[in-house]
Structure formats: structure tokens, C-alpha cells
Design a protein around this ligand. Structure first.
Ligand SMILES: [Zn+2]
Length: 287
């Protein structure tokens, strides 16, 4: 059964570790992440972007697939199914379809409008027992086709949004989606520290977890980050493993053309990436 991310993140914040959000794209992705979480006894959050939701035929299909897998793979660790960077309409659709958690990304709205819309969703999510993530300060990199530098959120605005009763808060602290450029300035720990001082127990979310050095991840966790989003890294691992299989001509040997065989190395690569992240985040054995 899907659960809200509230309990797992409250525990993570108190225990000074982070729960990984791993984005899914299809059945293989989902299975690889769920099996790794179960094997490592780690709580896990499955992230679904609006684009990925569309790709998988819509949110109802996603909910059906994930619920079916939890049952048939015998998954016992807490699993939250979470909309990643949702629009206001997207969040409502996911709530209706049976997601256990949603992110409303109102960071591109003026702060008053972000507050207004977040407040309404807080009411709906509280009533249904779902977790809600809000965002303040746009996260850099490619988000909805727009490439920006890593912005730093205003800690006062973070407090305003946190006070609305959201479950977790994503704040830009110089992090970027996708691959980090060579001249990246790194995370702004001063900003993170100021946000934590003002938001207290609120679990903070670090987006753009791909390619942030391990020591920065650990420092971010020590300053209140309890959810870390990983997406690009699984994609890169999957693509590299698939490329290797094809370039080695394995699809041309015997029944190597069987889709289950072609996709297998990529699945193993996702599992290895997820395992490495769960170990780094400290969530292993916390389920
Ligand atoms: Zn993000």
C-alpha cells in the first residue's frame, strides 16, 4: 500500500539521513527501484514528472502499475508515489488518481500566488492524508525546457510557505537539474542554514541530486535536507549499460534481441545507482 511521505521524512529529519526520490519512466524503472529499496530495507519515494506521467499513459496507469508491483513483489518498505514538479492542475489530477504525495511547484508564480495555491492544496492533502511538497526559488538547470542558473531561495519566503502546513519544502540553494556545469559554484550552505533556522522541523528537499559531490550531500543532510531527488543519474546509468550491450553486438547473438534481455543491463545499472544513493543518503535499514 502506498503511504504519504510525511512519516518517513519526519523520521529521516530526526535521524539525520535522507530518503531518496527516484523518478520512474516505465515498468523496468519502477521494478528496479522497488526491488532495491526492499533489498536494502529503505523507505523510498517514486517520483513521476508530468511528462513521465503522460508517457506512461496517465496517472491512473501509474497508480495501477505501482500498486500492483507493491503487492506482487511483496514490497514491505514504505513507498510514496509522488508527483514531481506538479502544476496546480497536475497536482489535483494526481490526487484524484491515487498518488500518496504531490509536489506543487509554484516557484514561477509571484510569492503571493504561490502561497494562495499552496494553501488550497494543503487543505486538500491534509484532508486526504497525503503529503505535499512546495517549492520556493526556482531550481536551476533545465526545468520545463528553461535552463537557468541555480537560484537561492529567500529564507523568509521559505518560512511563509512552510507555515502554510506543507509536509516538505524544496528550496533552491544553488542546485541544478541535470548535469552540473564545470564552473558550478556549489551548494550555498549559508542559504540552507538560514532556511533551516527559520523552518525548524520542516523536512527540506534537495532537487538535482545527480553529480553533487558526496561531501556536499552529507553536509546538506546535516543541515536539514531529508529528501533528495535523483533522476538524471539513473538515466545516464541506464543509457550507458544499454549502449554497452548493443555495441558489444549482444543483441545479434542468439536470442539477444529479446526485449527482456536488451533491457536487463540497464535495469541492473539503475539498481546499482539506487543502491549507491541509498547508502550515501543513509536510508539503508531505516524502513
Ligand atoms: Zn526538481
Amino acid at each position: 500500500m502506498l503511504v504519504s511521505a510525511k512519516e518517513m521524512l519526519t523520521k529521516a529529519k530526526a535521524g539525520k539521513y535522507a530518503v531518496g526520490q527516484f523518478n520512474i519512466n516505465n515498468l523496468e524503472w519502477t521494478k528496479a527501484i522497488l526491488q532495491t529499496a526492499e533489498e536494502l530495507k529503505s523507505p523510498v519515494i517514486l517520483g513521476v514528472s508530468e511528462g513521465a506521467g503522460k508517457y506512461m499513459c496517465g496517472y491512473t496507469t501509474v497508480v495501477g502499475m505501482v500498486n500492483g508491483m507493491i503487492k506482487e513483489l511483496g514490497i514491505t518498505v514504505p513507498v510514496a508515489l509522488h508527483l514531481d514538479h506538479g502544476s496546480y492542475e497536475g497536482a489535483k489530477k494526481c490526487i484524484e488518481a491515487g498518488f500518496s504525495s504531490v509536489m506543487f511547484d509554484g516557484s514561477h508564480y509571484p510569492i503571493e500566488e504561490n502561497i494562495e495555491k499552496t494553501k488550497e492544496l494543503v487543505g486538500i492533502c491534509n484532508e486526504l492524508g497525503l503529503s505535499l511538497e512546495a517549492e520556493v526559488g526556482a531550481i536551476g538547470g533545465e526545468e520545463d525546457g528553461v535552463i537557468g542558473a541555480g537560484e537561492c531561495a529567500d529564507p523568509e519566503e521559505c518560512k511563509m510557505i512552510a507555515d502554510l502546513g506543507v509536509t516538505m519544502l524544496a528550496a533552491g540553494i544553488g542546485n541544478i537539474h541535470g548535469k552540473y556545469p564545470e564552473n558550478w559554484a556549489g551548494l550555498s550552505f549559508d542559504t540552507l542554514d538560514a532556511i533551516q533556522q527559520l523552518t525548524g522541523d520542516m523536512p527540506l528537499v534537495l532537487h538535482g541530486g545527480t553529480g553533487i559531490p558526496a561531501d556536499m550531500i552529507k553536509k546538506a543532510i546535516s543541515l536539514g535536507v531529508s529528501k533528495i531527488n535523483v533522476n538524471t543519474e539513473c538515466q545516464l546509468a541506464f543509457a550507458a549499460a544499454t549502449r554497452e550491450y548493443i555495441e558489444a553486438g549482444k543483441d545479434l547473438q542468439g536470442k539477444g534481441f529479446d526485449p527482456r534481455k536488451i533491457l536487463a543491463p540497464g535495469v541492473e545499472a539503475i539498481k546499482a545507482t539506487v543502491k549507491e544513493k541509498m547508502e550515501l543518503f543513509g536510508s539503508v535499514g531505516k524502513a
